[in-house]
Design a binder for this molecule. Structure first.
Ligand SMILES: Nc1nc2c(ncn2[C@@H]2O[C@H](COP(=O)(O)OP(=O)(O)OP(=O)(O)O)[C@@H](O)[C@H]2O)c(=O)[nH]1
Length: 380
């Protein structure tokens, strides 16, 4: 083989090596691009967490993915009440101050390579098989809002000798996604919450009753509705002041939330009126639950500004839909009928002396009644 042939052979080998490196880099970039699109399309925090804690592991062939989120006011945890992380324990942690995050990122920079034992115990407390890792600081508006830990059992997977610009970019995208999901969900939550009592507001109730009616008619299950109206509430305000009145409303909201099932729906419907939806609950059970609530409200002790105890009572109206009383093709009219019946039942309870419960059945839901009902209800 002449010198030119040898040179050509070497060049071909180098070219081949370069081409496969380009291919590998392209594959990495494609894979990051794909995950970036998925991150940006997450519409809520639980979805985002599942993507990071479960899908990242498969997508990037990792041994462990752990996350620490800075959540000083429990905003994220409030939104995740029903969320269970894929590996309960250490895969997802919340911190209320920045001490831990600062110890992981003293210079706010990406950490790549092998970790010291103390850092490993913080970043991967239950993953002894992690031999190399990338710790990504999640930063928004110059504040560390979290830390994402990608761990591999391959000691050469993450090395401080290589450049990881794309991982740094991924960290920025993830930080933005967290901020967006939390803000969006909080805004949505605020729009359906009554700020005084922290139960749902009337708007949320009006949406929920349609959802529940639809579910009940589909599943052929009963649905009951309670209206709870506090008695002589004006007197509470007039005697003790508006602030004490507010305290009563807050206490009643808390009491209702505490004493109902997770699937029940509590809302403040008006000034001193609460409305409750009880899915899969027939009239008999609804009256029993209403009576229990009435007793609990009656025995609830509130203190006025002079720390003197006093009590309030409530009048309760109940109505129930069962399979035979559903108008399947007109849920709005059905909802109007339910609200009208519950409202009339409260009125009756007031008339009969207050601190009592009354039941009002729904009218026969014949189609010709719908327009009449909708008209009637405008006056409620
Ligand atoms: N403190 C406080 N009072 C409220 C709020 N919203 C409505 N109210 C008061 O609730 C009272 C309702 O009075 P009424 O409708 O006369 O009813 P009531 O005094 O409870 O009498 P009955 O319902 O007939 O037993 C009014 O004084 C309202 O000002 C609120 O957010 N906070």
């Amino acid at each position: 083989m002449g010198p030119i042939d040898k040179e050509n052979k070497d060049l071909r080998r180098s070219l081949h090596l370069l081409a496969s490196k380009v291919e590998r880099n392209e594959a990495i970039l494609r894979s990051f691009f794909e995950i970036e699109l998925r991150l940006l399309s997450c519409s809520n925090l639980a979805e985002l967490l599942d993507l990071i804690l479960i899908d990242f592991k498969q997508h990037f062939r990792l041994t462990a993915v752990n996350l620490i989120l800075f959540d000083p006011e429990c905003a994220a945890r409030c939104l995740l009440e029903d969320y269970t992380p894929p590996e309960p324990g250490h895969s997802l942690r919340f911190v209320t101050n920045q001490r831990l995050l600062k110890s992981l990122f003293p210079t706010s920079e990406l950490r790549i390579g092998e970790l010291s034992a103390p850092l490993k115990s913080i970043a991967f407390p239950s993953n002894p098989y992690v031999l190399s890792s990338a710790l990504l600081p999640l930063i928004r508006h110059n504040c560390l809002i979290g830390s994402l830990h990608l761990g591999s059992n391959d000691p050469a997977r993450y090395s401080e000798h290589f450049d990881y610009d794309y991982i740094g970019h991924l960290a920025s995208v993830i930080a933005v996604c967290f901020e967006n999901c939390i803000n969006q969900q909080n805004l949505k939550r605020l729009s359906i919450i009554d700020m005084l009592t922290k139960v749902n507001n009337r708007r949320a109730f009006d949406q929920e009753i349609i959802r529940e009616l639809s579910r009940a008619s589909r599943n052929k299950t009963p649905l009951s509705c309670l209206f709870i109206d506090l008695d002589y509430f004006k007197l509470v305000n007039d005697s003790f002041g508006h602030q004490v009145g507010d305290k009563v409303l807050r206490s009643v909201g808390l009491l209702l939330n505490k004493n109902l099932r997770k699937t029940d729906f509590v809302a403040r419907y008006g000034g001193e009126e609460f409305a409750i939806l009880l899915p899969n609950c027939d009239s008999e059970k609804a009256i029993e639950i209403g009576n229990q609530l009435r007793h609990k409200i009656l025995h609830m002790v509130v203190h006025n500004n002079d720390n003197e105890p006093f009590r309030v009572s409530a009048s309760i109206g109940v109505t129930s839909c069962c399979h035979s009383s559903f108008a399947f093709d007109n849920l709005d009219a059905q909802a109007h009928a339910v609200l009208k019946a519950a409202d009339e039942a409260v009125y009756l309870a007031k008339e009969k002396g207050r601190n009592r419960i009354e039941y009002r059945s729904l009218p026969d839901m014949k189609p010709e009644l719908f327009s009449q009902l909708s008209g009637d209800l405008k006056s409620i």
